[in-house]
Design a protein around this ligand. Structure first.
Ligand SMILES: NC(=O)c1ccc[n+]([C@@H]2O[C@H](COP(=O)([O-])OP(=O)(O)OC[C@H]3O[C@@H](n4cnc5c(N)ncnc54)[C@H](O)[C@@H]3O)[C@@H](O)[C@H]2O)c1
Length: 434
């Protein structure tokens, strides 16, 4: 099938490449000309495991092309996915200006019937606006709008796309339904077909629910800390209950990234606009912010005075296996520490190029040991696998004081204590500093 993906970011690039891998002819469009030029030279602008190889393979087979010419892409394809960003506005609502722009452009260049599919995460009823704008700009050509929210996770995006738990299709015509069912058939995944509003809500509700799980377990972790209970065992005991499930029950510094913070906020705002309330999510957000402060207070407790201290930070990406630093907890913590006068040396295996642009006063280091050199304390902010393999005996010799604040519960408290570290993490007993 002939497919266009408008917006070649984390979602657009992965989805486009995977659709090509499934044998479709895909044109990926972006208005960022540098990005397109770089992709056309074979340089992939984001880090996502396995993506570079898959792009290379599908370009070689002529199934995947990159362009900044939306006209050509619209004219040559039947199914057009919108995968542009929907960042938060100041009031927390979703900024839909890029969706509007693309809807207008697609309408203008439509030469025959098209299915325009919202893949970006959008508030419920966005489809009505997309239709409205498209009709305003083209009242001659027939088209359908559909919703197909994306559930891939950065860091495992290709396998998530190729083996999804489910595919959600919000459609309102048999024609659109048939085309999209045919497109997704090779994945052999469960497919939920529904109306467009339901599909839009499924995405916001799913992300909000996962964020709720994280804030819930963090609240429980704080109770554990007070009484000497162990949040890992509590989470294990809860998670084995199939009704609860073990994923997203990891206590730590709270959620970040380009999706959960903005989607939770946008869901609250759209509910309010519709005259409904979903106050539970306001509490979820509040708890998430408190977790950042909790980590900061643990560092403060370990160091007493932060001013003038050298602090090593391991990990900046909002989670392992990505270079994405949007709303990464590490950035908040680094800024809080700098605000108190700390000197920061940081290392991340993949995210430093992005981080350099927004954290000008940080010394970015060539490896973990370099970040820990002379440190009064080391803070673990992202649980990269490579950090688990660090030689902590060597680390201890390099650091000025053997103090570790583990914001991701990545290390074994008993082992760290035995090695002579003053070690603290979140919701685990027997190793509090002081
Ligand atoms: N990143 C994720 O893990 C993830 C997962 C599921 C859903 N989503 C949703 O998918 C959407 C895209 O997210 P992302 O992380 O890929 O964003 P991104 O910022 O990485 O990519 C968006 C791309 O759209 C391009 N763009 C903007 N306006 C354009 C226009 N008018 N024409 C052509 N291109 C244009 C930008 O240049 C950019 O390259 C968002 O709504 C997000 O919430 C993201």
């Amino acid at each position: 099938m002939n497919i266009a993906i408008i917006g070649t970011g984390y979602v657009g690039l992965v989805s486009g490449t995977c659709f090509a891998e499934l044998g479709n002819d895909v044109i990926c469009v972006d208005n960022n000309k540098e990005k397109i030029a770089s992709l056309n030279k074979g340089v992939v602008p984001i880090y996502e495991p396995g993506l570079e190889e898959l792009i290379r393979k599908n370009r070689r087979k002529n199934r995947l092309r990159f362009t900044s010419c939306i006209k050509e892409a619209v004219e040559k394809t039947k199914i057009i996915f919108i995968a542009v960003g929907t960042p938060p506005k100041l009031d927390g609502g979703a900024d839909l200006r890029y969706i509007e722009q693309v809807s207008r452009d697609v309408a203008r260049y439509m030469n025959n019937y098209k299915v325009v599919v919202e893949k970006s995460t959008v508030p419920v009823e966005t489809n009505k606006w997309v239709k409205y704008i498209m009709r305003l700009n083209n009242h001659k050509i027939d088209f359908d709008v559909a919703s197909n929210p994306e559930f891939l996770k950065e860091g495992s995006a290709i396998s998530d796309f190729m083996n999804p738990d489910r595919v959600v299709l919000g459609v309102e015509s048999e024609r659109a339904k048939k085309l999209l069912l045919k497109l997704y058939k090779p994945l052999k995944a469960p497919i939920v077909v529904t109306n467009i509003q339901s599909a839009e809500i499924i995405k916001h509700a799913s992300n909000s629910f996962l964020a709720t799980k994280i804030s819930f377990i963090n609240s429980v972790a704080n109770i554990c800390e007070k009484v000497g209970a162990d949040i890992e065992k509590v989470a294990e005991g809860m998670g084995l209950d199939k009704r609860i499930g073990s994923s997203f029950l990891n206590a730590g510094v709270g959620y970040g990234g380009s999706c959960f913070p903005k989607d939770v906020q946008a869901f609250v705002r759209i509910a309010e606009r519709l005259g409904c309330r979903i106050d539970i999510l306001k509490e979820v957000e509040k708890i998430n912010k408190q977790q950042r402060k909790l980590i900061f207070s643990k560092i403060e407790k370990a160091l007493w005075i932060i001013n003038g201290k050298n602090i090593g930070v391991l990990g900046i990406a909002f989670k392992p296996n990505t270079d994405d630093i949007r709303s990464a907890p590490a950035i908040d913590i680094i800024k809080m520490l700098q605000g108190e006068g700390a000197k920061i040396r940081a290392y991340d295996p993949k995210a430093m190029e992005h981080a350099k642009k927004i954290l000008p006063n940080v010394d970015f280091c060539k490896n973990s040991y370099d970040a820990a050199r002379g440190a009064d304390a080391l803070v673990i902010m992202t649980e990269w696998d490579s950090f688990k393999k660090i030689d902590f005996a060597k680390m201890k010799k390099i650091m000025r004081h053997p103090i570790i604040i583990d914001a991701r519960n990545m290390l074994d408290p008993k082992k760290m204590k035995k090695m002579g570290f003053n070690y603290t993490s979140v919701g685990r007993p027997g190793h509090e500093i002081l």
